[in-house]
Design a protein around this ligand. Structure first.
Ligand code: ADP
Ligand code: MG
Length: 731
């Protein structure tokens, strides 16, 4: 009997919900407790220091060393009162997730024989040189000149985690290239700010800044920790490489929005308490579609901050899960046959005057502005649909996209019937008819119902990767484990470049003697026509859509290594260069890293799969086959041959089926290893990734097929790996 599996099942089954106490009566009492927030700053910093920080954050003014020294002193005092003994520059390498190296505050006093003191200067706050040569950089920084710097991002507040003051930073090379995801995100946010602010001037000269917003929805699975420990594939790759579907999974649709199981409810509460201490405004929590799958989402915020909060929440989720005897799975597709996990990125732009640029307005002027930003976003998504797909594509997410539950591997935009009708009407109208100046010199779209109609936009399309949802676009193709920055860099940069182009075209028409309104209308009309191929309101899962999308010229590539090439097309290179977000050198280097990560992920999975087959599956199946052979031999011993042939026939056919399947498995594992050997000697990262994708990866399905069939016939008591029904239904 497989003692480990049954022991794990028993342990998991006995676990009870842990009692969690709220840290205060009201959330507001402890909200942001661990964050060096504006309130904390006001207590620990002088007024002019505060002002300098605000100026740096709001207007991009560089902070001088004196100010940094003052901030460091106040920050240190605050952090030590919170129990911090160490500090770290918290950064976002290209591997996803975050990285940190802790340093203690202690220094020797600057006197002979002096004692240690706690020291933290502006220099240490502003810049650090982690020995980070082992972070992937795509060859920008070779190890012999391994200098990379982390530099303080004052726009995201520092926080204390355990005993450490964490300072959000960017990570750049000695020669200034970005080595992380935060630096280009900040640049992209800047680019869209200046481009959008310039366009806003057509409508309201008071607008001085445009903010890009992010509201993420984080999906995840929880698995009991005891069961997790007995699944090497979960522990090493984050997903199950083997496992037959459970007879019941999500068919009854009884999990989604159902009552949250008690152990999970305790986890969610505990997690929220923790998140609130870090000023992460978690707002919703619920069951997701698959069994043991859940979701949480915060109130949206400024993109850079909201993204940092997502990264922080992912690490809190992992930590808190262990307190409740769970392991957190952020993998995009931990289980075959049930839904995978995504992270919807709700994205919008808003002005410093408080206007949502993707929110339909109440007046015709506001609506012309709304239509301008909507149509320019569509154009950006149309022109860069391949790039947007590349921005969310990983070895993990590839399992989810294109499967029958998540957006397809084609980026299209859903607008809903009402907005589509408005765009169609605009497209068909003559400019003169569309622009009507009323007595108060107000601009009207000539479509009197727009304000009312738009506010009622409620239709939904769950199959669209990029859907308009009333006051924002929802980029749904982002993976659950991803750093949202990757998608936001591509999206904000593409929209920024598009807005610059729009403004150039409108200005040219105005110089040619057209009125501003007429010029805007003409350009928008042209864009509505041009960007039509990106608009798709139908079923994104259907095969007809794949055909049609190809006919429309949209990017339909499904191979991950190939998809990354969208980053280095002449269009992408020009777009990123125009915005100053990423240089051609950086784009190439980043692709090297992406290919390398892809290869390594498949390589690790292939190794784990081979091990599982050789150490778990084949031995167990062979043992069971011996048992059957014993049984058949005994039947032939006792009964005459003609009777024995009948009585032993069922077990004989099982014996043969096992023989056939384990032979298939062994042959496929050997062939897969051989392909890996060939792939491993390939030099170029792209070619290697292609070999792993084309030659190694296809064996996964073939091997799994025979293993999962064996699971159905081998004695349950002998099977060592917890089954899907145990992983998905014990909580
Ligand atoms: P749904 O599941 O219906 O999409 P959720 O409430 O789960 O809705 O998530 C919606 C997310 O969108 C939340 O994070 C919310 O704060 C965010 N959001 C709402 N309005 C905007 C906006 N204008 N810009 C960006 N994000 C937004
Ligand atoms: Mg949503």
């Amino acid at each position: 009997m497989s003692s480990l599996r049954f022991k794990a099942v028993e342990e998991a089954f006995k676990k009870k919900a842990i009692c969690v106490e709220a840290p205060g009566k009201l959330t507001s009492e402890y909200y942001g407790k661990y964050v060096f927030s504006r309130n904390a700053m006001a207590k620990y910093l002088a007024k002019d220091t505060m002002g300098a920080i605000q100026n740096a954050v709001n207007n991009g003014v560089v902070l001088d060393r004196d100010i940094a020294d003052h901030v460091a002193a106040g920050m240190k005092r605050w952090a030590m009162e919170m129990g911090a003994t160490h500090y770290t520059h918290w950064f976002q390498p290209l591997t996803d997730g975050t990285a940190e190296k802790h340093d203690s505050f202690i220094e020797y006093e600057d006197v002979p024989g002096g004692n240690v003191i706690e020291d933290f200067s502006g220099k240490l706050l502003a810049q650090q040189e982690p020995d980070a040569s082992s972070f992937p950089n795509g060859g920008i920084r070779s190890t012999f000149e391994a200098r990379g710097y982390t530099a303080w991002d004052p726009s995201s507040p520092a926080f204390v985690m355990d005993d450490t003051l964490c300072i959000p930073t960017i990570f750049i090379s000695y020669t200034g290239e970005s080595l992380d995801l935060k630096a280009p995100l900040l640049k992209a946010i800047n680019a869209v700010n200046s481009a959008a602010t310039a366009v806003c001037q057509y409508f309201d000269p008071n607008v001085k800044k445009v903010v890009s917003y992010l509201g993420w929805e984080q999906e995840y699975f929880l698995v009991d920790e005891s069961l997790y420990a007995t699944r090497p594939d979960l522990a090493l790759t984050g997903r199950t490489l083997l496992g037959h579907e459970s007879a019941k999974n999500q068919q009854l649709e009884d999990h989604y929005f159902g009552a949250v199981p008690s152990r999970v409810a305790a986890y969610m509460k505990d997690l929220e308490f923790e998140a609130y201490k870090y000023a992460i405004p978690l707002k919703t929590r619920h069951n997701e579609v698959a069994p043991n799958q859940f979701e949480l989402a915060p109130i949206f915020g400024e993109a850079n901050l909201s993204n940092d909060q997502n990264l922080l929440v992912m690490s809190l989720m992992k930590k808190v899960a262990r307190r409740h005897g769970f392991r957190l799975l952020l993998h995009e597709k931990p289980f075959a046959g049930v839904n995978g996990s995504g992270k919807h990125n709700n994205w919008s732009l808003g002005t410093d005057t408080g206007v949502g640029l993707l929110t339909p307005g109440k007046t015709p002027e506001e609506n012309l502005q709304f239509i301008t930003f909507l149509v320019n976003t569509l154009m950006a998504v149309y022109k860069h649909n391949g790039l947007l797909k590349a921005s969310i594509m990983t070895a993990n997410n590839a399992h989810r996209l294109g499967a029958n539950e998540a957006p397809p591997a084609i980026v299209s935009a859903f607008l809903g019937s009402q907005i589509s009708a408005v765009l169609n009407k605009l497209e068909a109208s003559t400019t003169d008819e569309a622009i009507v100046m009323d007595a108060k010199k107000r601009l009207s779209l000539g479509i009197p119902h727009i304000p009312e109609v738009l506010l009622d936009n409620t239709d939904r399309n769950r199959t669209s990767p990029f859907a308009f949802t009333g006051n924002r676009f929802e980029f749904r193709a982002v993976g659950s484990s991803a750093n949202c920055a990757s998608a936001l860099i591509a999206l904000n940069s593409a929209v920024a470049a598009q807005l610059v182009e729009f403004k150039d075209e409108v200005d040219a028409k105005i110089s040619g003697g057209k009125t501003k309104e007429k010029a805007i209308f003409e350009v928008l009309k042209k864009y509505i026509k041009e960007s039509k191929p990106i608009r798709f309101d139908g079923n994104g899962y259907s095969d007809e859509w794949k055909e049609e999308a190809a006919a429309r010229g949209l990017d339909c590539e499904t191979s991950v290594p190939e998809i990354y090439k969208a980053y280095t097309t002449p269009e992408s290179i020009a777009m990123f260069a125009k915005n100053g977000v990423l240089s051609e050198k950086e784009l190439h280097a980043r692709n090297e890293v992406k290919w390398e990560i892809y290869t390594k992920k498949i390589q690790i999975e292939a190794r784990v799969l081979g091990d599982l087959c050789m150490n778990h599956i084949i031995p167990v199946a062979t043992k069971y086959q011996s048992l059957l052979l014993d049984n058949v031999a005994k039947i032939y011993n006792i009964y005459p041959a003609d009777q024995a042939a009948v009585l032993g026939s069922m077990n004989k056919s099982l014996i043969e089926e096992i023989a056939k399947r384990i032979t298939n498995i062994k042959n496929n594992v050997d062939a897969m290893i051989q392909e890996r050997r060939c792939a491993n000697v390939i030099d170029h990262e792209y070619d290697k990734a292609v070999a792993y994708h084309d030659k190694v990866f296809p064996y996964f399905e073939m091997i799994r097929y025979d293993v999962d069939k064996l699971e159905l016939i081998v004695d349950n008591e002998m099977w060592t790996l917890p089954k899907y029904r145990e992983l998905l239904f014990i909580r």
